[in-house]
Design a protein. Sequence first.
Length: 213
Amino acid sequence: MKMILLGPPGAGKGTQAEILSRDLNIPTISTGNILRAAVKAGTPIGLKAKSFMDAGKLVPDEVIIGIIQERLAEADCKNGFILDGVPRTIAQAEALEQHGITFDHVISLEISDEAIVKRMDGRRVCAHCGAPFHVESKPPKAAGVCDLCGGELMERDDDKPETVRARLEVYHQETEPLKEFYLKRGTLDVVPGDLGTIEDTTRAIEKALEASH
């Protein structure tokens, strides 16, 4: 099963990808993570990406797509994968198709902007291992301390309300048109992202996946 999770920042894509990856036994391919890994490993395409990052520029689509292709060629992706973080634009979606990367399912997590702003304000990440928490929906056992490694939990700058609103604007302009793009291909399923608990949302996603088989 090859799938993408779409949705605004803070819709819960990372959390759901983690759960689905475990349940379906397929890897989550986070573009941020594979970009950092390729740079660290010093692969030719990683070095190319690094030159843009060092210059403070956005890594161009063809480099991102090249890094994704490298990662999808690895053995653990042969039964499928969940792509997280790409495509962000119609241009990226078209480039993926041109390289033969297609999807069985595109899940769009729908949630209002106001709910996102409130939700992001409660997000915390471990400064040491990066594990995500939330003061309401996924609180740590001890306040301010990571359950996994004991590191300090912090609020990220890009989770602050004014930053979140700016990110939502970019999402609506650049990424939301992908819903129409994948609707035309018959692969889009819309799932409410604010059903109550994380488990409720996972159940709704799994139901959508079963229904569209």
